[in-house]
Structures are given as C-alpha cells and as structure tokens.
Write a protein that binds this ligand. Structure first.
Ligand SMILES: Cc1cc2nc3c(=O)[nH]c(=O)nc-3n(C[C@H](O)[C@H](O)[C@H](O)COP(=O)(O)O)c2cc1C
Length: 194
C-alpha cells in the first residue's frame, strides 16, 4: 500500500494551515487504498539549510536532523503539499525543507491544497510546480485552493469547504493514491538501471 505524506508547511504561531491539513486527513479516512501521514514542519523544526554538500551531489549528510528528514521523505511514495502563499510565492520554511534533499523527492507524485488572502495560493503552487519539475516530481493537476480562506469558515471559525471542494478533495486523494502506487515499481526499476 502506498504511503502518502501530507506536508503542513506553515510554521507560524496561530497558523491557518492546520485546518486544511486536518480537513484532508479527515477525507483521507475514506481512502483505504493508501496510508496517509501528516508531517508538520513546525514539529520537524529544521534549521536553515546547513549541510555543507548540496543534496543533489551527495546523500552523505553530516547532520542528524537531515538524516531524520531524509528518512521521512524517502519512505513516502507521494505527497500532498498544504501550502500558504507568502508574498506571491512559496513559504520559506517549506522551501528550506525541500532544499535539504533531492533524490528523496524524485519520481514521486505531488498534489496541492493551497490557501491565501487574495490569490488562494495559486501563485505559490505555480512556483512549486517549477521547483518540483527541477526535482523530477510528478506534479498532478489536482489542486484545491481556498481563495480568501476566511470566507470558508463556519461560525466556530473552522474550515467549512463547499460540496464542490470536498468532491475535489476526494478526487485529489484518489489520484494521488493511484499515482503513488503506479510509480513505486517504476522507481525501483529506475534505481536498478542507475
Ligand atoms: C509573510 C506573509 C506573506 C503573505 N503573502 C500573501 C500573498 O502573497 N498572497 C495571499 O493571498 N496571502 C498572503 N498572505 C496572507 C496569508 O494568506 C494568510 O496570512 C494565511 O493565514 C497564511 O497562512 P498560515 O496562517 O498558514 O501561515 C501572507 C501572509 C504572510 C504571513
């Protein structure tokens, strides 16, 4: 069964990001074809990239935090990025976490849940797509965005997605599960050829 990691990328106190992360994890309970795990970058707490050798050149990491982060990403078969948009681009803590590694991301599918004030995180996701093309991830078209996210809250302040967003959420989970499963043997084949 493929393992999909849901990466919660905001690390700010009072962050909104927990809500879409919880929402997608809740929906994931009705997708038994894959295992979903939440990865909270606030808990992982990586310092600013401090490996002397770029991950693209070597996986001989010197720091324990890099080794642990490498294991977390390496064992995943796919990812869902829960991303805010900061200043029309990707959030720094999330980009820092991505930059730590290289081969651990490669040839794995990624889908997106984004949110923002005016832009719904669409610029951030476009930014992610070019970053992930460089790292050879398979960026799925599946992308749910919460534009003016504060308009999607119920009276208690909890995220309350529309039926359409929920249907898109299920489709995203179905598609990421499919591709995570299909790409796993292909990665093994590639590894044997290299
Ligand atoms: C540094 C910073 C930059 C932001 N830039 C944008 C932006 O470019 N577009 C946007 O729609 N919202 C922007 N916002 C508003 C965020 O969408 C909003 O604060 C959201 O709660 C951030 O996600 P978080 O709470 O999970 O960190 C920005 C917020 C911060 C803190």
């Amino acid at each position: 069964m493929p393992l999909i990691k849901v990466i919660l990328g905001s690390t700010r106190p009072g962050r909104f990001g927990e809500q879409p992360a919880k929402w997608i994890m809740e929906l994931a309970k009705s997708h038994p074809g894959a295992k979903f795990e939440l990865v909270d970058l606030k808990e992982i707490n990586l310092p600013l990239l401090d490996e002397p050798v770029p991950a693209l050149m070597s996986q001989e990491y010197v720091h324990e935090h890099t080794k642990q982060w490498s294991k977390i990403v390496d064992e995943a078969d796919g990812f869902i990025f829960i991303t805010p948009e900061y200043n029309s681009g990707v959030p720094a803590a999330m980009k820092n976490a991505v930059d730590y590694l290289a081969v651990e991301w490669r040839h794995k599918p990624v889908a997106f849940v984004s949110y923002g004030a005016g832009g719904g995180g669409i610029l951030a996701v476009n930014n992610w797509r070019s970053i992930f093309a460089y790292l050879s991830l398979l960026g799925l078209a599946d992308h749910i965005h919460f534009n003016e996210y504060y308009k999607h809250l119920d009276e208690a302040g909890n995220l309350s997605p529309s039926d359409e967003q929920t249907a898109k959420g299920h489709l995203l989970l179905k598609n990421i599960s499919f591709w995570a499963d299909k790409l796993r043997p292909i990665r093994e084949e590639l590894a044997n050829r290299l």
